[in-house]
Design a binder for this molecule. Structure first.
Ligand code: FES
Length: 132
């Protein structure tokens, strides 16, 4: 594997060290309307995403994970991109949009970047189906 395949952009490092919208402590600390949970079949890590919804828009968002630096940075970015969007718009946020926002993740870490999005989709679908 080439050396540059392991290099993180400055923005990835910054989001990993200072993750946005990370849920500190217990989930009772955030008044959410729905939560989504996914596991990554490649590495076994998990991601949980919590959304607060008003007028069909994500007005606030939190997340927790056992995932790696790439998962943390990409979910931090996703949480910023999703906040303020309608539920349907948030579902359209692509792994490429997150990758572009962060200045590119190492290619072999791509599977980590989809974890947040899948958890967000699970939360949105649960919200739409009236589940929490
Ligand atoms: S290695 Fe598991 S989320 Fe990245």
């Amino acid at each position: 594997m080439e050396n540059e395949d392991w290099i993180y952009s400055e923005k990835v490092k910054e989001h990993f060290l200072h993750p946005r919208n990370f849920l500190m402590g217990d989930e009772s600390n955030f008044d959410y309307d729905a939560a989504g949970l996914v596991g990554n079949p490649i590495c076994g890590d998990q991601m949980k995403m919590y959304i607060k919804v008003k007028d069909n828009k994500i007005v606030d968002i939190r997340w927790k994970t056992y995932g790696c630096a790439s998962a943390i940075a990409s979910t931090s970015a996703l949480s910023e991109l999703a906040k303020g969007r309608t539920l349907d718009d948030a579902l359209l946020i692509s792994a490429k949009e997150i990758d572009d926002y962060l200045g590119n993740l190492p290619k072999h870490k791509f599977h980590c970047s989809v974890l947040g999005h899948e958890a967000l989709a699970d939360a949105i679908n649960k919200y739409k189906n009236g589940a929490h």
